[in-house]
Write a protein that binds this ligand. Sequence first.
Ligand SMILES: CC(C)(COP(=O)(O)OP(=O)(O)OC[C@H]1O[C@@H](n2cnc3c(N)ncnc32)[C@H](O)[C@@H]1OP(=O)(O)O)[C@@H](O)C(=O)NCCC(=O)NCCS
Length: 238
Amino acid sequence: MNKLKRFYELLITTLFGAIPTLFLGPKLRNVIYRTIFARLGKSVYIQDGVELVNAYCAEIGDGVHIFRGVRFNAAGENNHIRLESGVALERNVDIGCLDHTNITIKKGTFIGSDVCITGPGDIVIGERCLIAAHCGIYANNHRFHNIEEPITVQGISRKGIVIEDDCWLGHAVTVLDGVTIGKGSVIGAGAVVTKDIPPYSVAVGVPAKVIKNRLVDGEPNQGIKFSDLVKQSLTTSN
Ligand SMILES: CC(C)(COP(=O)(O)OP(=O)(O)OC[C@H]1O[C@@H](n2cnc3c(N)ncnc32)[C@H](O)[C@@H]1OP(=O)(O)O)[C@@H](O)C(=O)NCCC(=O)NCCS
């Protein structure tokens, strides 16, 4: 990213990034941040205190909610972040790219507070997923084969992560590089997902093991509606 563009981004986010909702901050940002995002959809709610580094590579769909403390860091080369319509990022969600990384979060997905979604390495999170607070999705591993050198200089490997549509990851799930979590799967709180999970699985533990399949062991739907989660965040965080 060139220095002039970064200076402009810093200027805009410093001038407008801290204006609270009471003083129409989200409405102002919905207009002015169009000059720093690659695309900013209609009715995007960006709360005060959101940190952006190289938002020029980020496309934000209609009706996206981005809450206080969220950080996008796409400072390196050839990065692309795409949040499709209706995505919500709760407080302190951290999306980092480093270099040559595509991160896509598809329609209607809810990302809970303090979740880390981190490249380098591509990450796709499907439609209508629910990623609970404190999850970590890390699309790379540090190399560490050489004991003569610090791990920090040995580089990384990267394969990428895919979480298919309609998955629910419970509190503090960690997803490691190279994993695909199949459509409609549920991952229990605290699990570490090290291998692919077939569609409609329920998997728990460290490492995560499939204990059920929803196609076989399903129950009728009941309880809280997905859209209620965003409404709840809006009413409690201004
Ligand atoms: C996995 C989960 C969804 C329950 O699914 P379920 O199909 O109803 O599973 P059950 O409660 O019948 O438990 C099945 C077995 O898995 C175990 N288990 C359930 N959740 C577990 C977890 N997170 N980690 C380890 N083991 C777990 C149970 O102890 C039980 O073991 P047992 O057969 O030896 O007794 C639930 O336990 C969970 O982890 N929910 C996440 C809640 C959360 O993080 N909410 C955040 C807000 S969205």
